[in-house]
Write a new protein. Structure first.
Length: 430
């Protein structure tokens, strides 16, 4: 028994020595990375577009791991991208066995590359997805399984950074959710639930990180109105536009929201519900531009949307906030659905638009009769069950940002314009 005890003691001492050596190596490794002092965490949260469903990956993970001297990391402060699962145990197993069968392109990959280019060598960009496909906003809020998983990943990121002696802040998140709330008619108040989510995530993240800075939301716009069973583009009361209109109003009017852009200018996989890999990458650049504004504490001036529509008898004048003039109608990148996507709907469900004219930062809509009491709409059209730039709900109005800002994917250059958000708004009568 004494002999066995000595063996056990020796084995324990050996383990202690090995763990001590390992700890020293870890410390040395961390010391070698002392130039990295701040982790900026900007994850994406939502439903299927947030987790890249169906988007064949265009980002090479080895290249992403080496990008900007390895400054793009996961919630574990490592470079093992692409192992997301709503079930934490399944996600852990995927990482262990390196299973990437369902590893899609995410908006945050392209976003992180741009942010890494625009920040110093002392900054790491931490990215990961959260959420669950096919889920209404009411089931993504505080206490839900996706929300708890998202908080767990944020806490993992914070603890991973702190163990290395790095500062950690989560200044923003990328929001990609709304399709199911448009198509399933849940009869909830999307705006109220969205603002409650922002309030809750701010409280819970601040509790984890101790940060004083509020989390801001970089919000896209979901445009699946033709996939809703009761959709009628001529209906004066069109409930399907409520969610995208709420997203527009928040990025336009609320100080905590920033615009990325609508989904209609992109290619969709089989023209159904999910944007493809190239589209995720391009959208990521728009998210990055908004994120950089947040990091620099610059004014929120991104996004193309209307701020006023006035009627002058048979003419409607719509004034726009234009980030990068001039406005233009682009019928090459997006096919023309008629009148460049505009309509003027009467209370008795008729479209009275006849002609559309761009004039500086406004669009003039000439109608066949008085537009008093009408709604002016944009991108509320399209073929039933179709999505995207060719046959889905769409319009042709964009700014000219893509003349100077582009991104390259597999050797092809893509312009990064600001496309007008879909809208449905009453007209002020002069």
């Amino acid at each position: 028994m004494v002999f066995l005890s000595l063996i056990c003691t020796f084995a324990s001492m050996k383990q202690i020595i090995l763990f001590t050596i390992f700890g020293v190596l870890v410390l040395i490794s961390c010391r070698d990375s002392d130039e990295y002092k701040t982790v900026v965490c900007i994850p994406v949260y939502g439903q299927s577009l947030a987790i890249g469903e169906d988007a064949i990956r265009v980002t090479d993970f080895d290249s992403l791991a080496n990008y900007a001297n390895g400054r793009i990391v996961t919630e574990n402060m490592d470079h093992r991208f692409g192992y997301y699962d709503i079930n934490p145990l399944k996600q852990f197993v995927k990482r262990i066995i390196r299973h990437q069968k369902r590893s899609f392109e995410l908006t945050v990959y392209g976003m992180a590359e741009v942010i890494a280019d625009k920040t110093g060598i002392d900054t790491l960009v931490c990215i990961f997805p959260g959420g669950q496909d096919g889920t209404v906003i009411a089931d993504l809020g505080k206490g839900s399984k996706p929300y708890n998983k998202f908080l767990h990943d944020i806490e993992t990121a914070y603890c991973s950074a702190k163990r290395r002696g790095w500062d950690f802040v989560m200044p923003a998140l990328c929001w990609m959710q709304g399709e199911t709330d448009v198509t399933s008619y849940p009869r909830t108040n999307y705006r109220s639930l969205f603002l409650q989510f922002v309030k809750d995530i701010n409280h819970d993240v601040k509790r984890i990180t101790g940060q004083k800075q509020d989390i801001e939301v970089i919000c896209y716009q979901s445009n699946p109105v033709t996939r809703a069973s009761n959709f009628n583009p001529l209906a004066y009361n069109c409930s399907e536009t409520s969610v995208p209109e709420t997203q527009l109003e928040l990025v336009r009017d609320h100080p905590s929201f920033h615009a990325s852009g609508p989904t209609y200018p992109y290619n969709f996989v089989h023209e159904i519900i999910h944007i493809d890999g190239e589209s995720q990458k391009c959208h990521g650049v728009l998210v990055a531009l908004a994120a950089i504004d947040i990091l620099k504490k610059e004014d929120n001036m991104r996004g193309l949307f209307p701020f006023r529509a006035q009627s002058h008898n048979n003419e409607v004048v719509v004034d726009f906030s234009v980030p990068c003039p001039p406005l233009t109608f682009d019928t090459i990148l997006v096919s023309n659905p008629g009148h460049y996507g505009f309509s003027v709907i009467t209370p008795d469900n008729r479209n009275i638009i006849q002609k559309v004219i761009i004039q500086n930062n406004r669009v003039r809509l000439i109608c066949s009769e008085s537009s008093k009491g009408c709604h002016v709409r944009y991108a509320v059209n399209g073929e039933k069950m179709k999505s995207g730039r060719l046959n889905g709900p769409r319009g042709n109005l964009r700014d000219s940002q893509g003349d100077s800002i582009t991104t390259a994917i597999h050797g092809k250059s893509y312009p990064i314009h600001n496309w007008c958000y879909q809208f449905d708004m009453p007209i002020d009568f002069d």
